[in-house]
Design a protein around this ligand. Sequence first.
Ligand code: BES
Ligand code: MN
Ligand code: ZN
Length: 502
Amino acid sequence: MPNRIEIKTAALPLKATGTLVVYVAEDTAPTGGAADVWQATGLDWTRIAAAANFKGKQGQVIDLLAPAGVKADRLLVLGSGKAGQGSSLSAWTDRGGSLAGKLANLKANKVAVLLDEAGMTPEQVAELAAGLRLRHYKFDAYKAKKPDDGADGALAVTLHVDGKPAVDKAIADRQATAEGTLLARDLIHLPPNVLGTLEFAAEAAKLAELGVEIEQLDEKAMRKLGMNALLGVAQGSARPPRLVIMRWNGGKAKEQPIAFIGKGVVFDTGGISLKPGLGMEDMKGDMGGAAAVTGLMHALAARKAKVNAIGVIGLVENMPSGTAYRPGDILTAMSGTTIEIVNTDAEGRLVLADALWYTQDRFKPKFMINLATLTGAIGVALGSDHAGLFSNNDDLSARLLAAGLATGEKLWRLPMGAAYDKQIDSRFADIKNSGGRPAGSITAAQFLARFVNDVPWAHLDIAAVALASPSSETNTAWASGFGVALLDRLVETGLLSNERFA
Ligand code: BES
Ligand code: MN
Ligand code: ZN
């Protein structure tokens, strides 16, 4: 099977075969286990380091084939940079990703990595292991003809560490989260003829195997609840809409849950306000928010997080047809708010309007966070290095921003306010679904805010970070899975018992 990666740990010392990887810090000679390995080769460190122009900087390599004195066929000495440079967790994920990239170039498939740096924590090793897995990922399920690259892509890595039990626990937890990220990537990558609304719902339902409780609302149930904003979007498609509710009850029985809501437009043509053809294929990824929520629920359940978490995803397809909703239509959302449709391509906010209202109404969450590939404008504002953060709560925002820095899934908070809110006032209804070009991402957030009451809430506009991702140390695929690691981190570190979101 291609695309496999197996990661295990072993105690020191090592008698590795295959490829052996050791790290050397900037401007130093090998230390610890790396020094022992180097000594066994009988080679002159100073001379070889100078010949290879190796100074121990991150990214630098000495690559020795069949060195004498060690069993390994290949000895890779990698620079680990300045001591203490890896203080941010995401630097360790990047280190793992960078290693996976090098191993792929070398077509290595059996690898031992010596990790005995002084002061290295189990969490850091786990982060490196996650980076390996994330970078190793590729989506080639639909290539009938596999690229003839000589290797089958399988990779077996043994990390040689001190304090194996603590490292194993940290790795197991972190791999659960990485699996969630990869699930999100897979869902985003699946072509829209394969992953429709029902197929997505069926994928989410598989989380039942991990102990997640699944409920599904069909069109009739949503009609009864008055979810006419979501249903308006769905009515042009032959595919029926679904609202999927995922519940992970890992916390105390009576503990108030936290909630995550995702935009799941399985394909966004724009509807009657049809999008231009160029690049429209990317709109298979317009369910990136729902994919992140599903990946997060997978992660929380797989690592048995001690939290009560709700995931709600609104699954629809936005199509132009004889039954499609039109510009000029007025829809009444579940909240009772009336919405004038001025652009059927501003559909995500309609889906979220009902999903947000339903979530706060039914579950009374401690806080709720929605993720959505909501606006093209967010990429104009922030590019793809930060997702947009919009919130009614400074405390929740601060925790999210911190989780973003730790995981490398970075956020930037944008303003909201009455002046922007005015842009979505409607002549005929309570609000209209687009405020036009100026501040397009902010007015989209203002629209969502109309469906949020007193609950602490944050909206993450991930349109420019979830899809068409630039290559990074931890991802060379099209979809990033943005949001899973971020929110998993928020749950893990950002929640204290008896906390209050002021
Ligand atoms: N799904 C799009 C936003 C999008 C654009 C996601 C590019 C990923 C990449 C969204 O439904 C949309 O069409 N938004 C419109 C809003 C406008 C009509 C007010 C947009 O951004 O142009
Ligand atoms: Mn749209
Ligand atoms: Zn959309």
